[in-house]
Design a protein around this ligand. Structure first.
Ligand SMILES: Nc1nc2c(c(=O)[nH]1)N=C([C@H](O)[C@H](O)COP(=O)(O)OP(=O)(O)OP(=O)(O)O)CN2
Ligand SMILES: [Zn+2]
Length: 139
């Protein structure tokens, strides 16, 4: 089997609701997301001949997903009082709401699903919260 891997990064803040420890506070990470896609055979048409997929397209799609979160506060829906959320928005601060607790594990599945939804044969998606801490999702 052939496998391709590419990475993208974004900077954003998050916090873990109901977490007993420092991660319950708003803090930032340079998140790195890594996607691995595969194929048993290579493309044979002119443009993509000899490729699993064109790295340019793979990188562009992953970057689009990463850019959605860049320089934002990522928050789980319902994890702040409405008044707090409204006050942040009134200051023109960027909030991206997600319907999951924003852990590396949940982000890994989110990235997997997003890329699979764009038609890639995803083998694994990984999310680094720090260079040492990584979570992966595969099926
Ligand atoms: N399994 C998981 N555990 C934790 C996650 C996660 O996503 N999955 N996330 C956090 C926090 O977001 C936190 O930012 C990371 O915690 P921690 O390792 O304690 O922080 P640092 O890497 O910055 O470590 P230092 O010891 O401060 O250098 C917590 N756990
Ligand atoms: Zn964190």
């Amino acid at each position: 089997m052939y496998k391709l891997k590419t990475k993208a990064s974004f900077d954003s803040a998050h916090f873990l609701k109901d977490y007993d420890g420092k991660c319950s506070n708003i803090h930032g990470h340079r998140w790195t997301v890594e996607i691995k896609v595969g194929a048993e055979t290579l493309e044979s048409d002119t443009q993509n001949r000899g490729m699993v997929v064109d790295f340019s397209n793979l990188k562009k799609d992953l970057k689009e997903i990463a850019d959605h979160f860049d320089h934002s506060l990522i928050m789980e829906t319902g994890s702040l009082q409405q008044a707090t959320e409204d006050a942040l928005l009134a200051e023109n601060l960027r909030i991206v709401k997600v319907d999951f607790r924003p852990t590396a594990e949940n982000f890994a599945k989110y990235i997997y699903d997003e890329m699979a939804g764009r038609g890639y044969k995803v083998i694994e998606a990984s999310v680094y919260e720090t260079p040492n801490n990584v979570a992966s999702y595969c099926e």
